[in-house]
Design a protein around this ligand. Structure first.
Ligand code: ADP
Ligand SMILES: N[C@@H](CCOP(=O)(O)O)C(=O)O
Length: 323
């Protein structure tokens, strides 16, 4: 869950009065999510999501995120659409935070993802990559190699509080990735956080994608590496090659992968693992006092990183080298 900022009834009523949404019937903090404060806002016009943007979502990035949602919506991607107030402006301010109301998507995120869900997610990711190809705004990935090094510098002295030896392990992995990180793969806008809790389904049908607040320009195949890590490991830590094959096949049906992208996957998966390991570690060590949020386990991503360190090639993900 995440609610970092409490909103009083008076502030909310004044905020909603600027929209054509009628009056507020209820507004409840949402117990899922990590980054921003989210509320299920029900007005006379039905349910919406109210988001107050917190620490990691920079104000200057919001035009990119909100513009991307509008761009993808008009190209048939089921994602939240920012709602403009009567003055035509969607990005506003509430309780000293940038704030937006977006449309509510129906469906549930899958608590027990099956290969069929992974196939749908792979296909949806590829559709996002294609649909965003003509989006004109750009945003560099703040959580790429340089961002990982910054996070490591902030956490290295305390990382061993979480697990002895972790600091040295992270340092060694960054040394390994630095000179090898692929710089010239096909690139474009990626979602960069397509975890199960950001994908809604009704049964086996994918009904929506949410949480584009890490979206940025980077290698398209890196988005797949993030997806493989998020969807294709079991609770006991075992990698599920059937799910990985389903996700990769689903993706390739919509956007073929080049041989270079396939060959880079093991490295991209290592990068994706250290990215989430580091942000989780940072959040674990810097948990805001009194915030309504449950930090995620950094060590889950240490186990995933170790799996990828042992991978011999893309075949271990159920892939061949063909495009
Ligand atoms: N447009 C939406 N429609 C329906 N539910 C949503 C929508 N946006 C967010 N939610 C709900 O809020 C939760 C947190 O949203 P998310 O964007 O993942 O937050 P955070 O950016 O803080 O991680 C989601 O798991 C979902 O339950
Ligand atoms: N997916 C990230 C945390 C970001 O949370 P989200 O709710 O925005 O997906 C992780 O699992 O570390």
């Amino acid at each position: 869950m995440a609610v970092y900022t409490e909103v009083t009834d008076e502030d909310l009523d004044a905020f909603v009065a600027d929209y054509d949404l009628g009056s507020v019937l209820s507004c409840k903090g949402i117990a899922e999510g990590v980054e921003n404060s989210n509320f299920l806002l029900v007005t006379e016009r039905g349910p919406h999501i109210l988001t107050l943007y917190e620490k990691r979502t920079k104000r200057e990035d919001l035009p990119f995120f909100l513009g991307l949602l509008e761009h993808l919506s008009t190209r048939g991607i089921a994602c939240p659409l920012p709602v403009a107030a009567r003055d035509g402006v969607a990005l506003r301010e509430l309780c000293g935070r940038p704030a937006v109301i977006v449309t509510f998507l129906s469906g549930q995120w899958p608590r027990r993802a099956q290969p069929v869900h992974c196939a749908e997610v792979g296909a949806a990711l590829a559709r996002v990559h294609l649909a965003a190809a003509d989006f004109t705004l750009t945003r560099p990935n703040a959580l790429g190699l340089a961002g990982w090094r910054e996070l490591y510098a902030k956490c290295r002295h305390r990382a061993d509080e979480v697990r002895p030896g972790l600091s040295a392990e992270l340092g060694a992995e960054l040394e390994h990735l630095g000179p090898r990180w692929p710089a010239d793969l096909p690139a474009g806008v990626i979602h960069a956080d397509l975890f199960p809790d950001n994908v809604f389904f009704r049964g086996e049908e994918l009904t929506g994608l949410i949480d584009f607040y890490f979206a940025c320009n980077d290698a398209l195949a890196y988005d797949l590496a993030i997806g493989l890590n998020a969807w294709c490991f079991e609770a006991d830590g075992a990698f599920n090659a059937t799910k990985a094959r389903a996700m990769l096949t689903g993706y390739r049906k919509v956007r073929p992968l080049s041989a270079r992208e396939v060959a880079a996957l093991p490295l991209l998966c290592r990068g994706s693992a250290i990215r989430f390991l580091l942000t989780r570690l940072y959040d674990w060590l810097n948990h805001p006092e009194g915030a309504f949020v449950r930090p995620k386990d950094p060590l889950e991503y240490r186990r995933k990183l170790r799996f990828h360190q042992g991978v011999r090639g893309p075949g271990d993900y159920g892939l061949d080298m063909e495009g």
